[in-house]
Each structure stands twice: as C-alpha cells, then as structure tokens.
Design a protein around this ligand. Structure first.
Ligand code: N01
Length: 534
C-alpha cells in the first residue's frame, strides 16, 4: 500500500473551510489536538467563495459580520463599506487564515463523500475524493446554504447558451454587455444581482414565482466615526449580538406597534426604511410575532413599492401578499427602481409557469430568445450539505433516512445515533435567523469546550439522547408557532423544494438559546449521553 492510500488519522476531522471551519481548526490546535479540514473547493471561503455573482455582499453591517475572537484582529482590520462586498469578505477570511497560520491544515479540492461511525473503535471513518481518514470527532462546518437548488425545468439540458447559477458563480468576471439575459428567481441573490446585470444587458427578463420584500441597504463607505466608536468598545459592542433576538447589535427596539400612535409608527418606519436595512424587521418588537403589527410594516413596504415602480401592473406583481419576514427579508441597492428601466421585463411564473427551455430560448407566457440563463433558485437549505454526504451512525443508520420526516437535532449541535459528530449552526439552532458570525463563534467555542471537558473528564464518546432531541425540536416549533414565520412557504420550513420534509428548522431567539446553552453546560451537558454502551 502506498503512503497515499493509507488511512490518515486525526483527533478531529472538519468538513468545510468557511468561517466556521477555519475558526474550528484554530481552536482545536490551541487545545493541542490534531485536526484537518477537507474542503471541496480549490480555496477557502465557503459561501463567500461560491456566491460571486454581481452585487453579492453581506446584509449585516461588517463591523458585526466579522470575527470577535481576537481583539487585535478586530482592531486592525478595516472594512471599506458598511456592508462589505463578496471580494472583500473573501480577502478577510484569507487574511485570517494567514494571520493564524491555518492554511497548512486545509486540504483543498477534496470532497467528503461518506462518513461512518465504527462502533467497535468509536471512531469515524471518512472517505473523500482523495483518500481515507480516521478521526475520533467529525465536525460538519458545511454551512446552511451550500447545496444549490437546481430545478428540473423541462429541456434545461438542451440550452446551448451560457448557463449560470448564482450559488456557484464562475471565478472569472462575467460581462453581459450586448446580451439578452434571463434570470429565474427573486430571492436575495437575484435582488442583489438584478440591478447590476440590468446595467449591462441589452434585455433582462426576470422570471418571478413569488415576490419578495426588500429594504434599501443605504450602503456606503464606512463611516469613520461609527467605526471608531465601535472599535473603542468592541468587546462590549459584540455582547449585544447575544442579547438581540436575531443576533444583530444594531436592531434592539422593544417598542410595539400595537401600543404606539400610528403616525409615529409611520414616521419611525420611514426612518427605518431610510437607514436600518435588515433592521427594519426588528424595528418594532411585535413585527415578528403579531400579525396585525406585521401587516402595518408590510403595508408600509407595499406602498413604497407602489411609489417607486412607475408601471402599476409591474408594481402590483412585485408586491408580496404574505407576512413581511415570513420569507427571508432582502436588502437591496436599487432593486425596485431597476424595473423602471426599458430593458427590464418582469414575467409572472405563478400565472405562466416555465413550459420549456430549449437551445436558444425559454418559454412561459411566450417565447423569450436569450443568450444567458441565470438560475437564482436558492438552496437545499440547512440540511442539504449534510444529507448530500453518505453519513451513517450507530447500527449503520443513515442520517438521510433518520431525517426523512424532517431534521431533528439537539441544539443544532448533536444528533442522536451519530456519536462524536457535531454540526456548526445545524438545524434547531438560531443559525439562519441570526447573525451567522457570532452564531458560528458561539458553536465553535461550545464544541471546543465540550471536547476539552470530555478529555478532562475521561469521556470518549458523546451523543445526544433521543428524548433531548425530541424535546428540543418541540421547543423549536413551539416558539416558531408564536411568530409569523410558520404561515409562509419558505426555505426555513423546506417549502422551496417539493420533495423535502416540511419542518421549521431554525431556533428563534438568540438570547434564550444562549442562556440554554450555558445552562446545559453547567449541568454537565444535560441531554447528552457519554460513553453509551449498546
Ligand atoms: O435563494 P431564495 P437566494 N421555479 O431561496 C425561486 C442568503 N443570502 O439564493 O419564493 C421558479 O431566497 C424562488 O421562488 P419561491 C439569504 O439568507 C444572503 O436568493 O420559492 N422559481 C425564489 O424567488 C437568502 O434568503 C445574502 O416561489 C423558483 C428564488 O428562486 C438565502 O441566502 C445574499 C423555482 C430563490 O430564492 C437564499 O437566497 C444572497 C422554480 N422551480 C443570499 N425554484 C446576503 O445579503 C426556486 N425558485 C447576505
């Protein structure tokens, strides 16, 4: 057997070199454990590597969409804009990897295909596109929005023009000058890219199934006074991430629409529209939970769309009729204004679904001749990156089978029957309904402390109990049922993919979640079983 074919052994194997994976590697190295990251891309960045479409940027202010684990790092790094664009975020993650000398712990171009738990050795056997690994712990830092949803439009395979997908955009810059471009989907990715594509393309056809609410980002160069103020108290500022329901320090208003004067509410909503971005949704504490309050905020945005979009029919088509925030709220730069351009056309897929794609065109209400087709059709969210790998646990149970009726996890960190497997921001944690960066750090810190505790306490195998998992997902749903989130079809509840189980997956409420995590640790990891014997 050659060296290359031998099974490589590590204490911990991490899958994914995005923000979660590289911080996890750093933390484990500090513990003195051997760890490696396997990454299927040819470089690090995860989401920020794959999603390179025009206009891709974070919609949480960069001052808080960044790591907080190192004071020098957060003081030294300067963001150029309030909401940084994808290339700058990718530079940042590369800077972090170099600064903390992490690159030599990452194997690029190496896709994990299977992972199985060996009950006799209590170790994970991992197979990748390049080899075999054995590790005591396996950590999935695979992201919540990593597996593209590619709908099966009839004839798509016959299209001979340029076919692009926002979630796996080429590394080379794309120029749409002189082209007839079609884009399918109107979620965040489309809403960010449409205004820029419309500036280049001869014609842009936007195929919309469901309209989305979007708030102007009012992005701009970093305000040096704001930056200085935040940096003067950075660690205090970061604490607010864990005190706000959605983990965003900038949005913490306790006022209720239901208890306020409607004129004042409208004035405040106007102010929030002008400056808050995503914070519009948290601008009043009852928007996420009270349908009537939600309707006030929703109507405000509906009226804005009517004011901005000149053609009444187009404005009406662009106006959502569901609760604001029920689908992930979008943040844009000139999205609705773009539909006033002569070269931009909106097609209603609810009324005229796509009949067929052929070599040169796409057909719905009529035939559209196109050069480029862009799929902005979203992701197999929250579970796709896990169920796409052949993961088997105790008794050879497959994760895909265990989750057939809906994903279940304890805290979004552990899964029953899958010992010594951790997920960073897994289903059942605030994840996608929070600011991802503090949520990632919270999970990585928790996992690292847990492994350290096991070492200190002579435990070798950890697994969440089925009861703890059932109770936890019960709580996730109980909380969700108290909000507006469960009434709307969205990727939060699997409704964007026909074949997927319909189950609401994010835990709503960062402060409660944070408290519960701490309480569980203080009770020696209540709900987890250690060194279970069959
Ligand atoms: O995907 P989406 P996304 N036929 O699922 C449509 C994050 N993100 O990539 O609503 C026709 O939101 C689908 O229609 P419908 C953010 O969390 C963040 O845009 O299912 N249409 C929808 O319009 C975001 O929520 C940023 O009826 C079909 C669209 O495709 C998440 O990623 C930027 C279809 C998909 O929208 C996903 O966003 C970008 C079909 N068969 C993304 N299938 C930031 O700003 C799907 N659609 C940080």
């Amino acid at each position: 057997m050659t060296q290359e074919n031998q099974t490589k052994e590590f204490d911990v194997l991490i899958i994914g070199a995005g923000f979660a994976g590289i911080y996890q590697l750093l933390k484990l190295r500090k513990l003195g454990l051997s760890a490696v990251i396997l990454e299927k891309a040819d470089q690090m960045g995860g989401t920020w590597h794959w999603n390179r479409y025009p206009g891709a940027r974070c919609d949480i202010p960069s001052l808080e969409y960044s790591y907080q684990f190192d004071e020098d790092l957060q003081q030294d790094w300067n963001w150029s804009e309030k909401y940084s664009a994808q290339p700058e975020i990718l530079n940042y993650i590369n800077h972090v990897a170099d600064r903390f000398e992490l690159r030599d712990g990452i194997q690029f171009d190496e896709e994990v295909t299977s992972a199985s738990f060996n009950e006799s050795t209590s170790k994970w056997m991992i197979t990748s596109s390049k080899g075999q690994y054995e590790a005591r712990f396996c950590i999935f830092a695979t992201g919540c929005l990593s597996i593209p949803n590619k709908p099966d439009f009839q004839g798509l395979e016959n299209f001979e023009g340029q076919l692009l997908q926002t979630s796996s955009w080429p590394q080379e810059e794309q120029d749409f000058t002189g082209k007839r471009v079609a884009i399918i989907g109107t979620g965040s990715s489309a809403i960010q890219s449409i205004p820029l594509i419309a500036e280049q393309a001869d014609e842009l056809y936007v195929f919309q199934r469901t309209p989305n609410y979007s708030i102007p980002s009012n992005n701009g160069p970093m305000d040096k006074n704001v930056e200085q103020e935040v940096k003067s108290r950075y660690s205090e500022f970061r604490k607010d991430n864990y005190l706000n329901g959605f983990g965003i320090a900038a949005i913490s208003d306790e006022s209720l629409i239901s208890e306020s004067d409607i004129n004042e509410v409208n004035q405040q909503l106007e102010e929030n529209w002008q400056s808050a971005g995503l914070g519009f949704f948290g601008g009043y504490a009852d928007i996420p939970i009270d349908k009537e309050a939600n309707a006030v905020a929703a109507n405000f945005v509906r009226n804005k769309i009517k004011d901005i979009v000149k053609d009444p029919e187009t404005a009406s088509l662009l106006t959502p009729d569901y609760h604001i925030g029920g689908k992930r709220l979008c943040v844009d730069t000139g999205y609705f204004e773009t539909f006033n351009k002569q070269n931009v056309h909106l097609i209603n897929l609810k009324k005229y679904p796509i009949k067929e794609v052929s070599a040169t065109n796409i057909e719905s209400d009529k035939i559209y001749e196109i050069d480029t087709l862009i799929l902005a059709t979203g992701f197999d969210a929250m579970t796709g990156a896990l169920t796409n790998i052949d993961i088997s646990g105790r008794g050879n149970i497959k994760l895909k089978d265990q989750w057939e009726g809906g994903a279940k996890s304890y805290l979004g960190l552990g899964i029953s029957n899958f010992p010594n497997l951790f997920t960073v921001t897994g289903p059942g944690s605030p994840s996608v309904l929070s600011n991802m960066m503090p949520s990632i750090e919270q999970h990585v810190n928790w996992i690292t402390d847990c492994i350290d505790w096991m070492v200190q306490n002579d435990k070798s195998v950890i697994e969440s109990s089925e009861t703890a998992e059932e109770d936890w997902m019960g709580l996730v749903n109980e909380i969700a049922d108290m909000t507006i989130f469960t009434d709307t079809k969205s990727w939060y509840n699997g409704s964007n993919i026909d074949t997927k189980a319909k189950a609401f997956l994010p835990f709503i409420g960062v402060p409660v979640y944070t408290e519960m995590l701490e309480e569980i640790v203080s009770e020696n990891y209540k709900g987890f079983i250690f060194d279970k014997v069959n």
